[in-house]
Design a binder for this molecule. Sequence first.
Ligand code: ADP
Ligand code: MG
Length: 225
Amino acid sequence: FNNELQRSEKMEIISELAASVAHEVRNPLQVTRGFLQLLTGKAQTAERQYLELALVELDRASGIITDFLTFAKPEVGKDTVLSVSEEFKHIEGILGPLAHLQGGKITVDIPENIMIRGNSSKFKQAFINIVKNSIEALGEEGKVHIRCYRQQNQVFIHVVDNGEGMGPEVLARLGEPYFSNKTKGTGLGLMVTFRIIEAMDGDIYFTSKQGVGTDAVITLPAAGE
Ligand code: ADP
Ligand code: MG
């Protein structure tokens, strides 16, 4: 019991540290990005190439912070009862504009009374990584639809997109650290998501078809009667 307690205290300290590092590092990265971009506009071809490389690497650093650290901070009341619909209101608020930027749309269909147990920040981080992947996979007339229902003591959450989809060789590697098919990808998003869902005693699986889209299904134990 003592060991367990020490471990969870340590984890809490690490999480808190990670969140503050993420927060502190993000600002100087953004400032640096701004200046590099300014220079890129004025540079000759040779220098411009280096500057563009520097921008790509800087974006990679930001990507790692987003996928890995942004929501790491634990909130008071570690195992709180969360309303799935409330959590997704926040997620939609963060990612709706990103979908819009791609010419896509997010729709959410979640009954108000579905509850689960967990940490709000971690939950959001897990689902932001999933929904962000859906958005990034979208082509024209892109749609991401999120729906949720309860069956007995299980809560089912579906994140469905009509994006590029995945073949079996990609599906088999999801969650593997640094596995990414994107030029600016970190390959850390789903690894983090899988860990969080597992820690919440949940399950996650993907069905997907190339050129058709993807359905990510997450099951979590329901809270409440
Ligand atoms: P990253 O997004 O940085 O590449 P992830 O771990 O989030 O890393 O995702 C790994 C890979 O899984 C992506 O590069 C992509 O090829 C694939 N992937 C994940 N979700 C989807 C999706 N909804 N549609 C198509 N491909 C996806
Ligand atoms: Mg991702």
